[in-house]
Design a protein around this ligand. Structure first.
Ligand SMILES: Nc1ncnc2c1ncn2[C@@H]1O[C@H](COP(=O)(O)OP(=O)(O)O)[C@@H](O)[C@H]1O
Ligand SMILES: [Mg+2]
Length: 281
């Protein structure tokens, strides 16, 4: 049972959703973030290029949980930055037809932050915690019973005035994302039913991602230009998309065109001092 100190006395626990909104402005901020995060991200597993094994495992788990009318098992996604962890979490919530509340572990500082987030969830919703390896111990301990039994075990007050209180939570799915699997404690790791490693992308997959995104932003990208961008993206979609945006800026401002040739890519990259590994020199 987690002891959450006198700083969170019983009167501090938000009871209704309305009260929660007033008390915890962080949740409102997270909902706004949620909307921004959806911009230019794949909207379905079909649009999410590559990672076939992960997509097929997730689809089976999603269909099975829908079939049993249960919540999806808690899911841990790990891999290098920019490979699609956040995107996958949002896609899972889309496939499950449920809302995804997004939070980042460093912003969950006090026990009442995680309590507020958990109490704000509705049945079947997803709580996505990014950088989950950065949760503090107290928050992590509160998550154990929340994940396992959908219950919050709190001790309020201090010393002889301390009282225990158990709050039942709606059934929810926690999706955690991390770049540092080794930094997650075993008790937390063990509570995730699904654990998926996101791998780097092949050149071919990156080309497809670049092409889809260029269509979305109305760029006509020549084949060799697309290959050149994929080659220097270090297997990472975020880098590929960032480089494409830099090339777009150059093409539109200097060349006044939306047609991207290999020559424009090379000139844009050298003008912005980006080397053959996609680094700024
Ligand atoms: N498999 C993919 N297919 C298409 N776009 C992708 C894919 N993976 C990542 N992206 C894009 O790359 C960017 C970074 O992805 P993100 O999910 O934020 O990575 P992470 O959370 O792992 O750091 C986003 O714009 C996302 O849309
Ligand atoms: Mg992310």
């Amino acid at each position: 049972m987690a002891i959450i100190s006198s700083s969170l006395d019983e009167s501090n626990i938000p009871r209704s959703r309305k009260e929660l909104r007033i008390v915890d402005s962080k949740i409102i901020a997270e909902e706004k973030l949620n909307k921004n995060l959806n911009l230019a991200r794949p909207n379905s597993f079909k649009e999410f290029i590559g990672q076939e094994q992960i997509k097929s495992s997730l689809k089976i788990a999603i269909d099975a949980s829908k079939y049993r009318k249960e919540v999806l098992e808690h899911t841990l996604l790990y891999g290098q930055p920019g490979l699609g962890k956040t995107t996958l979490a949002l896609l899972i919530s889309h496939e499950m037809n449920t809302k995804c509340r997004v939070a980042s572990a460093p912003s969950i500082e006090r026990p009442r932050d995680i309590v507020g987030l958990l109490l704000g969830l509705k049945e079947g919703e997803i709580l996505f915690i990014d950088e989950i390896h950065r949760l503090n111990k107290l928050t992590e301990e509160l998550l154990y019973s929340a994940m396992e039994d959908f219950r919050l075990d709190l001790t309020m007050g201090a010393n002889r005035g301390a009282r225990c209180r158990t709050i039942n939570l709606p059934k929810f799915t926690l999706i955690g994302a991390t770049t540092k699997l080794a930094s997650i404690s075993s008790p937390l790791k063990d509570r995730f039913g699904l654990c998926q490693k996101i791998e780097f992308y092949s050149n071919h997959e990156l080309q497809q991602i670049i092409l889809n995104f260029s269509n979305l932003i109305n760029l006509q990208l020549k084949n060799d230009a697309c290959c050149a961008l994929a080659k220097i993206s270090r297997g990472t979609p975020r880098i590929a998309l960032r480089l494409l945006k830099r090339v777009r800026d150059y093409a539109q401002v200097i060349k006044k065109t939306n047609k991207i040739s290999l020559e424009i890519v090379e000139k844009a990259l050298s003008a912005q001092k980006i080397d053959s590994k996609g680094w700024i020199t």
